[in-house]
Design a protein around this ligand. Structure first.
Ligand code: ZN
Length: 258
């Protein structure tokens, strides 16, 4: 979607003190999970060209549902994504898995997006598939754009609740949601790597880019970096020497070493 704005309303369900929306032992409030995943999703989405986001929730109160959908409609969002953690009854039980909801009329675009997001979430987390389902939820009914609602595991299952509390699982949920959106709408990253074999998603992308920018390590003439190749002793000596020169030069110029 080049040169075009793509507006995504991100909705963390409920609020910090919403009655009942917590694990049976009260160790996890649903909103805490929802808001953190919403934050991670926003962070990731803003790395893509043309993407703008708003939150329809706030951290200080449970924004009424009508206010949330009005905000998204008034802003003319292209997409509405509501993030939740699930619950089954009030006490600990065996219900587990991830499910994604669309409005009960099963709008084509929403079903397509929900399917992609659901598949990405399952792939990344390995959790049980509860499927894509239709429901008459306010945020799906009253939104004028493609809208989905994701339920990322159960607060009422002992193991799932531990997952929902972990930062790693929250990151994976955000990644799954964003990957599904990126895949469906063909979003492209703003930042381009200098090397054809080091994507901006590579675990050491930032460090590779930094040493390349400083001239400490170079790529090859075919625009690759070959991140998994071993260094020879000679190459190590050249690299170490460049680091020493860089540090000395930084000190000489009385600047702080980056
Ligand atoms: Zn919820």
């Amino acid at each position: 979607m080049p040169n075009e704005l793509f507006k995504i309303a991100i909705d963390a369900g409920h609020g910090p003190e919403t009655q009942g929306k917590r694990s049976p032992d009260e160790s996890l409030k649903e909103f805490e999970f929802n808001r953190v995943v919403a934050g991670y999703a926003q962070e990731r989405l803003l790395k893509f060209q043309g993407v703008e986001t708003i939150f329809t929730h706030t951290d200080d109160r449970d924004v009424p549902l009508m206010e949330r959908t009005n905000a998204a409609n008034d802003w003319q969002a292209d997409l509405f994504v509501s993030i939740h953690a699930n619950a089954y009854q009030d006490d600990w039980n065996e219900a587990t898995g991830i499910e994604t909801f669309v409005y009960k009329s099963l709008p084509t675009q929403a079903v397509k997006l929900a399917t992609r997001v659901q598949n990405q979430l399952l792939q990344l987390t390995g959790r049980r598939d509860r499927g894509v389902k239709g429901a008459n939820f306010h945020v799906l009914r009253e939104t004028e754009m493609t809208a989905i609602l994701v339920e990322c595991e159960f607060m009422t299952n002992v193991q799932s609740c531990e997952l929902l509390k972990s930062d790693g699982y929250r990151q994976l949920c955000a990644e799954g949601i964003v990957n599904g959106i990126v895949e469906m709408y063909g979003l492209e990253l703003k930042e381009k790597s200098s090397f054809t074999d080091v994507s901006v998603q590579h675990w050491s992308y930032a460090e590779i880019q930094e040493v390349a920018d400083l001239g400490i390590m170079n790529g090859y003439t075919d625009e690759t970096f070959k991140p998994s190749h071993a260094l020879t002793r000679a190459e190590m000596a050249v690299t170490a020497s460049r680091i020493i020169h860089h540090v000395k030069e930084s000190i000489r110029q009385n600047t702080t070493i980056p």
